[in-house]
Design a protein around this ligand. Sequence first.
Ligand code: XMP
Length: 326
Amino acid sequence: DWTTVNVVDEQVALIRAQVGDKRAICGLSGGVDSAVAAALVQKAIGNQLTCVYVDHGLMRKGESEQVEKDFVAATGVQLKVVDAEQRFLTALAGVSDPEQKRKIIGREFIRVFEQAAAEIVAEAGASGESVEFLVQGTLYPDVVESGGGTGTANIKSHHNVGGLPEDLQFALVEPLRKLFKDEVRMVGAELGLPEEIVQRQPFPGPGLGIRIVGEVTKERLDLLREADAIARAELTAAGLDRSIWQCPVVLLADVRSVGVQGDGRTYGHPIVLRPVSSEDAMTADWSRVPYEVLAKISTRITNEVPDVNRVVLDVTSKPPGTIEWE
Ligand code: XMP
């Protein structure tokens, strides 16, 4: 019988059996999945868990502050914050291929976790036990779409499934592996997580790194962060946060088109808006966002974001398009 209470009880027992009295770390991404996974594991093993927030420089505007504040306030979990922007940007330099980006980001995440784990042990002092487990908020659709399920097509390497390095030194704890997003939200609510966390729209672990078509650079990230913040603010102001599943904002960094702005000709980049509605992200439809809202977003982005002179709307369902562009 599927109830959230049963899921919580069952997972807590399984986590305790798996982890015993060892230490675990959990990477927080700011999203629902990692938050609920962390809360479940914390319920099971308390302070044997330390959460690690890796600021990879691929987050949206204001997101790092939110994770550090909201999640800790809600759960009282032990949190370690790692500033790894330079490390990720260096590793991603010169790379345009989407799968390669995903693999690099997945690998760097693990390297940072390994380092964080060593520091956690050092800080713990005398007891000096190593961290043996890595908690991840992997969901059922992540497993299926990374080809890790039952021989299904390999669509993309989700950073927490297909993107893991082969020499991984942690055993994985993945308490959400059989759940869909709506179920994860219910479990989160059952665990007492606040609305802002439980209802947060999905955001991929590789962050804005897979929303820049082309090479990822600091300048491009800053530009995309501005455009994304505008789109999010206007969608929220229009009351569309619950009807839209998520709205990737994508920078076509390798594309330029001619425009006319201010005093003359420009040759800038297009920004793509990709609002979708969905039940579980396995399939999706493009959202019919009111024209006035789209107009406002377009005007603001082209006025406020340098080097962007065109805003386009993605009207493709999934399939054939995936939700993210990479
Ligand atoms: P796609 O693009 O495959 O996305 O249609 C389906 C859902 O998964 C999210 N997504 C990810 N989430 N790590 C994540 O945590 C990833 O590597 C990843 N790639 C895609 C995407 O935002 C959408 O909600």
